[in-house]
Write a protein that binds this ligand. Structure first.
Ligand SMILES: NC(=O)c1ccc[n+]([C@@H]2O[C@H](COP(=O)([O-])OP(=O)(O)OC[C@H]3O[C@@H](n4cnc5c(N)ncnc54)[C@H](OP(=O)(O)O)[C@@H]3O)[C@@H](O)[C@H]2O)c1
Length: 295
């Protein structure tokens, strides 16, 4: 009998791509996929394709009991709740508890690289969730997702328009990976018949410093882009002046600190192995994103 696969956060950018991969693979019947969201109306397109859509809010345990019923393999996509300390971990722990209550055979979770040593304020959310999953005794697959290449869109269009990219990441390196490559790896992990425990770190195939990324961006766009190396404090000041909400400034600065201190300087073969395909190189991603980069 085929297993029933469940994806939370199915309306999100990653969740959408995972569902698309599952459907395109032909390995899973749409009726054996459950897609959840706080608002199932946003999943109408998937319902029309035969996917079961259910309402699930990690802040509402009763909704999770109903949503997770009958699911064999549950992929918990981490939420985007960063505005209130402790909220995201509470949400994830509720989802893990509901997966256990529902009798899931396998839990998958989207974590982050090196949550044990990372200086990013939300790292404990991920480590706490990983530990809670392990404590259930249910078989698990932890997907420690590296930084999306798409994250570069947060800073680059503005930086290019000014010709200056303010960064506190120094000579630190990281191997960005596209959201699509992570989604393909996650979909395959979810649709596999794995019964053991595994922790994968999903990175791109090559690390780059911020100066190397800037050079690639200049090359693709034909526009000059100087990296202005600043301290964490200077970066925080610039972000405040740019109007970023106070709660998010330490998070954004910590991404650079984390890179500078080497906590995300790694390349693994995990994403390629899980996805079964060559990963998109940063150069190719940037070339395909030229219109977005140029605003
Ligand atoms: N590795 C990286 O570079 C990176 C970058 C950004 C984010 N992330 C993490 O990866 C996750 C997926 O990325 P994404 O790009 O798909 O983010 P996204 O588009 O912002 O999606 C966030 C998802 O979180 C779900 N969510 C929020 N609150 C929820 C709640 N109370 N209960 C259940 N679900 C809730 C939303 O579902 P509904 O609104 O439909 O309920 C939505 O589908 C993010 O949420 C974040 O944890 C990683």
């Amino acid at each position: 009998m085929s297993e029933t696969l469940l994806v939370t956060g199915a309306t999100g950018k990653l969740g959408n791509l995972i569902l698309d991969e599952l459907l395109a693979s032909g390995k899973v019947a749409p009726a054996d996929i459950i897609a959840t969201s706080r608002d199932t109306a946003k999943l109408a397109g998937y319902a029309a394709k035969g996917v079961q859509t259910r309402a699930a809010d990690f802040d509402d345990a009763a909704s999770l009991d109903a949503a997770f019923k009958g699911a064999d393999r549950i992929l918990i996509v981490s939420t985007d709740a960063l505005d209130e300390p402790g909220k995201r971990l509470r949400q994830h722990l509720a989802a893990v508890a509901a997966a256990k209550k529902a009798g899931a055979k396998h839990i998958l979770y989207t974590s982050m690289p090196n949550p044990e040593t990372s200086v990013i304020p939300f790292a404990p959310d991920h480590l706490g969730t990983e530990n809670a999953i392990k404590a259930t005794g249910i078989a698990y697959t932890i997907l420690r997702n590296g930084w999306y290449m798409e994250n570069l869109f947060m800073a680059l269009p503005h930086a290019l328009s000014e010709g200056k990219w303010y960064s506190a990441s120094g000579k630190g390196k990281l191997a960005h990976i596209t959201r699509a490559d992570i989604a393909r790896a996650a979909a395959n992990a979810l649709a596999s018949s794995s019964t053991g425990n595994a922790t994968y770190t999903l990175t791109g195939e090559k690390t780059h410093t911020v100066d190397e990324i800037a050079a690639l961006v200049s090359n693709v766009t034909g526009k000059p882009l100087e990296v202005v190396h600043v301290t964490d404090e200077q970066l925080a000041g610039g972000l405040k002046a740019a109007g970023l909400p106070d709660f998010i400034i330490p998070v954004v600065v910590s991404f650079d600190t984390n890179t500078r201190e080497g906590h995300i300087d790694m390349v693994t073969a995990d994403a390629g192995k899980l996805s079964g395909q060559k990963l998109t190189a940063l150069e190719d991603f940037l070339a395909a994103s030229k219109p977005v980069l140029l605003g």
